[in-house]
Design a protein around this ligand. Structure first.
Ligand SMILES: Nc1ncnc2c1ncn2[C@@H]1O[C@H](COP(=O)(O)O)[C@@H](O)[C@H]1OP(=O)(O)O
Ligand SMILES: [Mg+2]
Ligand SMILES: [Mg+2]
Ligand SMILES: [Mg+2]
Length: 352
């Protein structure tokens, strides 16, 4: 543990890097019976479970006292019917954990050749993500594959990790294996990791965790402003975004992208604002879906609030209980978007 979070950043980047390697290699090999549908009807793949096992194992070895709030749990894999999937997940997780050491890796984190884990250790690592959250102490959030639907389509997804201390996000790391390294030059290939530490700025790294490039959100002109939004219409209201963008006289079409890759794109100046309004089905946003994105955008000089202008509250448990919607944007744009969102909300209320 270090007060300036240097070790935490190193561990988090190492964990996300290994998990990204796992998810991108599993995508090409995924077969039909390697995806389950969860109770909330969302998909989960062997990649989600194995990536959570890898990240949780590394965190537990590096910081044994820290609590973890992870999206997945291993109950389906502990059942007899989950045996085949469990065997595959254990193999994938061990493959990733035992890969050769690379830049900044440390064998004390439970990684490197010869550090195979047993089935029970892998399942326990997944279940260590069962912390209920709260407003005090240190806890990590893991979303092993954010945007699983994008992952399954071969589009954007993100491996997301954050450290929250006393309800404030202090470290955020987001790995985006399918995101162009340089949006101006898509021919240069894909795969990047984004990292932010509170008070120390935001950076883009290569997918192997090298070459840090500082990020800051550029000022937006009326012509360059547009919204980043979900691909899935069920996850956020597309029609609300259309109304807000017409109130702001935005002419550029929205940029649709799955996962927290939207926060990453915003942090490097692609799209002026990320707007995520509920679709009205009572879904509560999860802390692991916003904590790393929030610190990344804030450290790149932007502002992240809910639709009422309130800060996101990461201290209320596994969900952002009291927040309604999310607006993330550069400092110059955020007040204008917030005003337009309030106006659109008032119009909706007046109609109801
Ligand atoms: N009904 C829902 N409303 C809002 N977000 C949802 C809903 N169902 C799942 N999600 C989560 O929304 C996020 C994806 O958002 P987007 O559509 O913007 O990419 C993911 O975290 C996804 O979970 P998951 O991590 O399982 O993919
Ligand atoms: Mg999911
Ligand atoms: Mg998610
Ligand atoms: Mg997920």
């Amino acid at each position: 543990m270090s007060l300036d979070y240097t070790t935490e950043q190193q561990v988090a980047v190492a964990a996300v890097r290994r998990a990204c390697h796992l998810t991108s290699s599993v995508f090409n090999k995924l077969v039909k019976n390697e995806t389950l549908v969860k109770g909330d009807k969302s998909p989960v793949t062997v990649g989600d479970f194995a990536a959570q096992a890898v990240i949780s194992t590394i965190l537990h070895n590096a910081f044994p006292q820290d609590l973890i709030v992870g999206e997945e749990d291993a109950s389906d894999l502990r059942a007899e019917s989950g045996k085949e999937m469990k065997d595959r997940i254990v193999a994938l997780a061990n493959e990733a954990l035992t890969e050769e050491l690379a830049l900044g890796d440390n064998t004390n984190w439970g990684i490197g050749p010869g550090q195979e884990k047993t089935d029970a250790e892998i399942l326990d690592a997944i279940d260590r993500g069962n912390h209920e959250g709260g407003s005090t102490g240190r806890m990590w959030t893991i979303d092993p594959i954010d945007g699983t639907k994008g992952f399954l389509r071969g589009e954007q997804y993100a491996v997301c990790l954050s450290l929250i201390v006393d309800a404030q996000v202090q470290v955020g790391v987001i790995g985006c294996p399918n995101l162009p390294i340089d949006p101006a030059h898509p021919e240069n290939g894909t795969g990047c990791i984004f990292v932010a530490v509170r008070g120390k700025g935001a950076q883009q790294l290569t997918i192997s965790g090298a070459n840090p490039t500082p990020l800051s959100i550029p000022p937006t002109t009326p012509e360059s402003l547009n919204f980043l939004e979900s691909v899935e219409a069920a996850h956020s209201s597309h029609s609300f975004n259309d109304r807000v963008s017409s109130l702001l006289n935005i002419t550029r079409p929205h940029t649709r992208m799955d996962s927290q890759a939207k926060y990453c794109a915003l942090a490097r100046g692609e799209g002026g604002a990320y707007l995520r309004m509920p679709t009205g089905v009572g879904y509560k946003e999860k802390i692991w879906d916003h904590a790393p994105g929030q610190i990344l955008v804030e450290e790149a000089g932007g502002i992240v609030t809910d639709s009422r202008g309130e800060p996101l509250n990461f201290g209320l448990g596994r969900t952002l209980g009291e927040n309604y919607g999310v607006i993330a944007a550069g400092k110059d744009v955020h007040p204008r978007v917030l005003a337009a969102v309030k106006q659109a909300l008032n119009e909706t209320k007046a109609k109801a």
